[in-house]
Design a protein around this ligand. Structure first.
Ligand SMILES: [Zn+2]
Length: 145
């Protein structure tokens, strides 16, 4: 048997009682858990949803980078095996642990930088260098965030 506080009058009553002896509120109401809709709970839920969405977008972007590098490698070495190896290798390594994932993230950014160099080279040497730096830094920033 435990003593609990009556929600209505604050009187201490046995949890075995059928109602509060002072204010007559039935035990079913006294024992009912309050519906918790505090602001704190709401913001926690929102933060969780935002974080999940961010992670989803982040993994999509990360996967897109892996795919770009894998396709570039496959075309460069004219091999589907290289394509598959880069694709699977990167995904497995990123999933294995945080530090390895960050190293792979860095390598991916470097790969994106190289891809940027080839794209930028279309407009000339200066553009190639600028596109390389922008591509590398933006990929790095996203991967290591
Ligand atoms: Zn009461």
């Amino acid at each position: 048997m435990a003593l609990i506080d009556c929600k209505e009058c604050g009187n201490q009553i046995s949890d075995m009682a059928e109602s509060c002896p002072r204010c007559r509120v039935p035990m079913s109401i006294i024992k009912k858990e309050p519906i918790n809709l505090s602001n704190e709970d709401h913001s926690n839920t929102r933060a969780g949803v935002t974080k999940a969405k961010f992670n989803e977008q982040y993994s999509t972007w990360l996967f897109a980078q892996i795919l770009i590098i894998a396709i570039a490698g496959g075309i460069y070495w004219e091999s589907w095996i290289i394509f598959g190896a880069i694709l699977l290798g990167a995904i497995v390594l990123i999933g294995s642990n945080k530090i390895v994932g960050q190293v792979v993230g860095f390598l991916l950014a470097a790969g994106i930088g190289v891809a940027g160099y080839y794209v930028g080279n279309y407009w000339g040497e200066d553009a190639a260098i600028i596109v390389t730096i922008i591509a590398f830094l933006s990929a790095l920033g996203a991967n290591l965030a």
